[in-house]
Design a binder for this molecule. Structure first.
Ligand code: 5GP
Length: 116
């Protein structure tokens, strides 16, 4: 296999995770170290390492990731109060897992975006 990550093993069901959504393009599961009452990761089923690696062909996938995040926010009951969607990219972005993912965070006030 050319590229394999912890998240692709979760997508394939080879390591456990609390999966909250899966379709033909994306899988969503709860973060193992949640930073908020709701902390869900939405990942492509196929590995794209970072946001910097996406192509024009990936536009439907990126749209699906956002759509699923919004649907899950409603499902989690956090849409009314609001929430945050974040993508960390590469070193300065603080990315730990090189398999593109968005974080859906909510369930409490999240404060400012980045510390000064
Ligand atoms: P990053 O810093 O790359 O944007 O975020 C990676 C996230 O993946 C972190 O919040 C981390 O807690 C989560 N994570 C890392 N390994 C696992 C895992 O094996 N299972 C789950 N559910 N989350 C993971």
């Amino acid at each position: 296999m050319a590229q394999d990550t912890t998240f692709s093993r979760i997508v394939r069901g080879e390591i456990p995770a609390e999966i909250v959504h899966q379709d033909d393009l994306v899988t969503a599961f709860r973060d193992i170290r949640p930073l908020a009452p709701t902390h869900v990761l939405v990942v492509p089923n196929e590995v794209i390492p970072t946001l910097a690696d996406v192509s024009t062909d990936d536009e439907p996938l990126l749209g699906r990731m956002l759509r699923v995040a919004a649907d899950l926010a409603a499902q989690e009951g956090i849409a009314q109060d609001g929430y945050r969607v974040a993508i960390n990219c590469r070193d300065h972005g603080g990315q730990e897992v090189y398999h593109l993912h968005l974080h859906l965070l909510g369930g409490r006030p999240l404060g400012g975006m980045v510390g000064r």
